[in-house]
Design a protein around this ligand. Structure first.
Ligand SMILES: Cc1cc2nc3c(=O)[nH]c(=O)nc-3n(C[C@H](O)[C@H](O)[C@H](O)COP(=O)(O)O)c2cc1C
Length: 174
Protein backbone atom coordinates (compact mmCIF):
# COMPACT_ATOMS: atom_id res chain seq x y z
CA UNK A 1 0.00 0.00 0.00
CA UNK A 2 1.20 3.51 -0.83
CA UNK A 3 2.33 5.62 2.11
CA UNK A 4 1.54 9.30 2.53
CA UNK A 5 3.10 11.64 5.09
CA UNK A 6 1.46 14.94 6.04
CA UNK A 7 3.72 17.45 7.83
CA UNK A 8 2.35 20.72 9.14
CA UNK A 9 2.89 23.70 11.40
CA UNK A 10 1.57 25.35 13.61
CA UNK A 11 0.56 22.33 15.65
CA UNK A 12 -2.79 23.91 16.57
CA UNK A 13 -5.08 26.18 14.56
CA UNK A 14 -6.33 26.35 11.00
CA UNK A 15 -3.35 24.56 9.46
CA UNK A 16 -3.77 21.64 11.86
CA UNK A 17 -7.51 21.47 11.18
CA UNK A 18 -6.93 21.40 7.43
CA UNK A 19 -4.11 18.83 7.74
CA UNK A 20 -6.58 16.50 9.48
CA UNK A 21 -9.15 17.08 6.77
CA UNK A 22 -6.57 16.28 4.10
CA UNK A 23 -5.70 13.06 5.91
CA UNK A 24 -9.39 12.14 6.08
CA UNK A 25 -9.75 12.76 2.34
CA UNK A 26 -7.27 9.94 1.67
CA UNK A 27 -9.79 7.48 3.10
CA UNK A 28 -8.28 4.05 3.51
CA UNK A 29 -4.73 4.95 2.44
CA UNK A 30 -1.83 4.58 4.83
CA UNK A 31 -1.25 8.10 6.14
CA UNK A 32 0.95 9.66 8.80
CA UNK A 33 0.12 13.05 10.26
CA UNK A 34 2.98 14.81 12.00
CA UNK A 35 3.59 18.34 13.23
CA UNK A 36 6.86 19.74 11.90
CA UNK A 37 8.43 20.17 15.36
CA UNK A 38 8.19 16.42 16.02
CA UNK A 39 9.57 15.32 12.66
CA UNK A 40 12.86 13.53 11.99
CA UNK A 41 14.47 12.21 8.81
CA UNK A 42 13.33 8.64 9.45
CA UNK A 43 9.72 9.77 9.12
CA UNK A 44 10.33 10.22 5.39
CA UNK A 45 11.62 6.72 4.68
CA UNK A 46 9.37 4.78 2.32
CA UNK A 47 6.90 7.59 1.67
CA UNK A 48 5.30 7.71 -1.79
CA UNK A 49 3.86 11.19 -1.28
CA UNK A 50 4.82 14.00 1.07
CA UNK A 51 2.39 16.81 1.90
CA UNK A 52 3.69 19.93 3.65
CA UNK A 53 1.46 22.71 4.96
CA UNK A 54 1.76 25.97 6.85
CA UNK A 55 0.23 29.40 7.28
CA UNK A 56 1.44 32.84 6.31
CA UNK A 57 1.67 35.07 9.34
CA UNK A 58 3.71 37.99 8.05
CA UNK A 59 7.16 37.93 6.51
CA UNK A 60 8.79 38.66 9.86
CA UNK A 61 7.28 35.63 11.48
CA UNK A 62 8.19 33.07 8.86
CA UNK A 63 11.58 34.30 7.75
CA UNK A 64 12.95 34.92 11.20
CA UNK A 65 15.60 32.38 12.20
CA UNK A 66 14.43 32.37 15.78
CA UNK A 67 14.77 29.40 18.07
CA UNK A 68 11.05 28.78 18.24
CA UNK A 69 10.51 28.51 14.48
CA UNK A 70 10.58 24.74 13.81
CA UNK A 71 10.65 25.11 10.01
CA UNK A 72 14.41 25.70 10.03
CA UNK A 73 15.13 22.42 11.83
CA UNK A 74 12.64 20.70 9.54
CA UNK A 75 14.37 21.85 6.34
CA UNK A 76 17.79 21.07 7.81
CA UNK A 77 16.99 17.37 8.21
CA UNK A 78 17.37 16.93 4.44
CA UNK A 79 20.84 18.46 4.21
CA UNK A 80 22.69 15.22 4.94
CA UNK A 81 20.22 12.96 3.20
CA UNK A 82 18.06 14.65 0.55
CA UNK A 83 14.89 13.19 -0.87
CA UNK A 84 15.33 11.51 -4.23
CA UNK A 85 12.50 12.96 -6.25
CA UNK A 86 9.62 11.97 -3.95
CA UNK A 87 6.47 13.91 -4.92
CA UNK A 88 5.79 16.81 -2.56
CA UNK A 89 2.44 18.62 -2.46
CA UNK A 90 2.02 21.88 -0.57
CA UNK A 91 -0.94 23.51 1.12
CA UNK A 92 -1.08 26.95 2.68
CA UNK A 93 -3.45 28.88 4.90
CA UNK A 94 -3.97 32.62 4.50
CA UNK A 95 -6.47 35.44 4.64
CA UNK A 96 -7.15 37.05 1.24
CA UNK A 97 -9.16 40.00 2.58
CA UNK A 98 -6.89 41.16 5.42
CA UNK A 99 -3.65 40.38 3.53
CA UNK A 100 -4.59 40.76 -0.15
CA UNK A 101 -1.06 41.62 -1.31
CA UNK A 102 0.59 38.66 0.41
CA UNK A 103 -1.99 35.94 0.18
CA UNK A 104 -0.52 32.55 1.16
CA UNK A 105 3.01 33.80 0.42
CA UNK A 106 4.47 31.12 2.65
CA UNK A 107 3.72 28.35 0.15
CA UNK A 108 6.50 29.72 -2.04
CA UNK A 109 9.06 29.38 0.73
CA UNK A 110 7.94 25.81 1.40
CA UNK A 111 8.27 25.07 -2.32
CA UNK A 112 11.79 26.48 -2.54
CA UNK A 113 12.94 24.58 0.53
CA UNK A 114 11.33 21.27 -0.42
CA UNK A 115 12.87 21.50 -3.89
CA UNK A 116 16.24 22.09 -2.25
CA UNK A 117 15.48 19.00 -0.15
CA UNK A 118 15.20 16.97 -3.35
CA UNK A 119 11.42 16.77 -3.56
CA UNK A 120 9.47 16.95 -6.81
CA UNK A 121 6.66 19.49 -6.45
CA UNK A 122 3.14 18.49 -7.54
CA UNK A 123 -0.36 19.80 -6.79
CA UNK A 124 -0.39 23.21 -8.42
CA UNK A 125 -3.76 24.89 -7.98
CA UNK A 126 -5.76 27.47 -10.01
CA UNK A 127 -6.32 30.98 -8.66
CA UNK A 128 -9.99 31.08 -9.74
CA UNK A 129 -12.46 31.72 -6.95
CA UNK A 130 -10.11 33.74 -4.76
CA UNK A 131 -10.15 37.53 -4.35
CA UNK A 132 -6.68 38.97 -3.74
CA UNK A 133 -4.17 41.29 -5.39
CA UNK A 134 -0.80 39.63 -4.92
CA UNK A 135 0.92 36.44 -3.84
CA UNK A 136 4.49 35.18 -3.85
CA UNK A 137 3.02 31.71 -4.22
CA UNK A 138 1.97 32.10 -7.86
CA UNK A 139 4.05 30.68 -10.70
CA UNK A 140 2.78 30.57 -14.28
CA UNK A 141 -0.65 31.82 -13.18
CA UNK A 142 -1.18 29.05 -10.63
CA UNK A 143 -0.60 28.67 -6.92
CA UNK A 144 2.32 26.36 -6.19
CA UNK A 145 -0.01 24.38 -3.92
CA UNK A 146 -3.51 24.36 -2.44
CA UNK A 147 -4.52 27.78 -1.06
CA UNK A 148 -7.01 27.60 1.82
CA UNK A 149 -8.70 30.50 3.59
CA UNK A 150 -10.46 29.55 6.79
CA UNK A 151 -11.00 33.21 7.69
CA UNK A 152 -12.92 34.27 4.57
CA UNK A 153 -13.91 31.13 2.64
CA UNK A 154 -14.20 28.31 5.15
CA UNK A 155 -17.29 27.06 3.31
CA UNK A 156 -15.10 26.19 0.32
CA UNK A 157 -12.40 24.32 2.22
CA UNK A 158 -13.88 20.82 2.23
CA UNK A 159 -14.59 20.77 -1.52
CA UNK A 160 -11.19 22.28 -2.33
CA UNK A 161 -9.47 19.60 -0.26
CA UNK A 162 -11.47 16.78 -1.86
CA UNK A 163 -10.68 17.99 -5.38
CA UNK A 164 -7.02 18.63 -4.64
CA UNK A 165 -6.47 15.27 -2.95
CA UNK A 166 -7.90 13.49 -6.01
CA UNK A 167 -5.60 15.60 -8.20
CA UNK A 168 -2.42 14.84 -6.25
CA UNK A 169 -3.30 11.14 -6.01
CA UNK A 170 -3.35 11.05 -9.80
CA UNK A 171 -0.18 13.12 -10.12
CA UNK A 172 1.65 10.86 -7.66
CA UNK A 173 0.10 7.65 -9.13
CA UNK A 174 -1.49 6.66 -5.83
C1 LIG B 1 -0.01 38.44 12.49
C2 LIG B 1 -0.65 37.76 11.32
C3 LIG B 1 -0.13 37.98 10.06
C4 LIG B 1 -0.72 37.37 8.94
N1 LIG B 1 -0.18 37.58 7.69
C5 LIG B 1 -0.75 36.99 6.61
C6 LIG B 1 -0.20 37.21 5.31
O1 LIG B 1 0.79 37.92 5.11
N2 LIG B 1 -0.80 36.57 4.26
C7 LIG B 1 -1.90 35.77 4.42
O2 LIG B 1 -2.40 35.24 3.43
N3 LIG B 1 -2.43 35.54 5.65
C8 LIG B 1 -1.89 36.12 6.74
N4 LIG B 1 -2.42 35.90 7.99
C9 LIG B 1 -3.62 35.04 8.13
C10 LIG B 1 -3.29 33.62 8.57
O3 LIG B 1 -2.41 32.99 7.67
C11 LIG B 1 -4.59 32.81 8.66
O4 LIG B 1 -5.41 33.35 9.65
C12 LIG B 1 -4.36 31.33 8.91
O5 LIG B 1 -5.59 30.65 8.79
C13 LIG B 1 -3.74 31.05 10.27
O6 LIG B 1 -3.57 29.67 10.44
P1 LIG B 1 -2.90 29.07 11.77
O7 LIG B 1 -3.83 29.49 12.88
O8 LIG B 1 -2.89 27.59 11.63
O9 LIG B 1 -1.54 29.65 11.86
C14 LIG B 1 -1.85 36.51 9.11
C15 LIG B 1 -2.36 36.30 10.38
C16 LIG B 1 -1.78 36.90 11.48
C17 LIG B 1 -2.36 36.65 12.85
Amino acid sequence: MKKIGIFYWPAKGNVATCAKKIEAAFGGSQTMLQSVDKTNRENFEGLDLIIVGGSTSGADAWQQASGNNPWFDFYAIFEKKPLTGTPVAIFGLGDQILYPDHFVDNMKLIKVEMEKAGGSIIGRWPTDGYDFTGSEAIEDDKFVGLALDEDQQDDLTDQRIRTWVEQIKKEASI
